[in-house]
Design a protein around this ligand. Structure first.
Ligand SMILES: NC(=O)c1ccc[n+]([C@@H]2O[C@H](COP(=O)([O-])OP(=O)(O)OC[C@H]3O[C@@H](n4cnc5c(N)ncnc54)[C@H](OP(=O)(O)O)[C@@H]3O)[C@@H](O)[C@H]2O)c1
Length: 213
């Protein structure tokens, strides 16, 4: 899949590297693309750099992760996103899926597969376009987490700083499903099939990151 990253900082840079490892092509963008040379070299084959507009053109999926004060400027620089799957921000005509807002950037590099040993951590996501949610669900898996559909885009507030899914911190699938059942959004009954993984206790790095929160 071709993924354009707008805001290739700690979150965007970290996720982009994981997606390249999973075999995707990623264009990391910046207002100053030359600054991303090291990141792109580290990311390896399948990584490209460019301006914000380049990322928007390149990606079938756009990870929109600029600083919050840069959102308006970044949107303007991105140009039309009609028909694209956009992870994280509300845009007219874009198929927005809110995701990854419950995960601290410091944990992203550690989100590696260890099936059988490590319970994967949940990334909640929500949105109104089922096709885009299927894509995002796969990208969440490709970055080493397990996705859990939290329902319609109106649930986004629960994924933000004061929301209950954000406050829950780094959790596994069983705990995340319990939390979802406590919430009332009816769409959760239509959620994607999520694979239950090894329910054993988290290993040390997961606990350490939970403490970080
Ligand atoms: N850090 C976390 O743990 C965490 C967790 C959940 C959600 N978030 C959210 O994720 C977003 C990114 O956080 P982060 O920690 O990755 O921030 P960051 O490391 O500071 O990276 C943000 C990037 O946004 C780019 N940017 C800023 N203004 C821009 C503009 N006008 N147009 C285009 N790009 C612009 C910057 O790139 P250039 O200067 O190179 O253009 C910068 O590399 C924020 O909205 C944050 O609230 C962060």
């Amino acid at each position: 899949m071709k993924i354009g990253i707008i805001g290739a900082g700690k979150v965007g840079g970290g996720l982009g590297k994981l997606w390249i490892r999973a075999g995707h092509q990623v264009l990391f963008s910046s207002r100053h693309p030359k600054r991303l040379r090291v990141l792109v070299e580290e990311a390896g084959l399948g990584a490209y750099l460019g301006g914000v507009g380049d990322a928007a053109l390149f990606g079938d999926v756009i990870l929109f992760s600029p600083n919050f004060w840069g959102v308006d400027d970044a949107l303007e620089a991105a140009g039309p996103l009609k028909g694209k799957t956009v992870i994280d921000v509300t845009l007219p005509n874009a198929r927005v899926v809110k995701a990854f807002s419950t995960i601290p950037a410091s944990f992203i590099p550690h989100a590696i597969y260890r099936t059988g040993r490590l319970q994967r951590l949940v990334v909640f996501y929500c949105g109104d376009c089922q096709t885009s949610k299927v894509i995002v669900h796969q990208l969440i898996a490709d970055s080493g987490f397990v996705g859990l559909d939290a329902g319609r885009l109106r649930m986004a507030k629960e994924l933000e700083a004061q929301g209950r899914m954000n406050q829950a911190g780094l959790i596994g699938i069983a705990q995340a499903k319990r939390l979802l059942h406590q919430l009332t959004d009816p769409i959760q009954n239509e959620s994607l099939a999520c694979h239950d993984v090894d329910q054993s206790a988290f290993v040390e790095e997961a606990s350490a990151s939970a403490n970080y929160i």
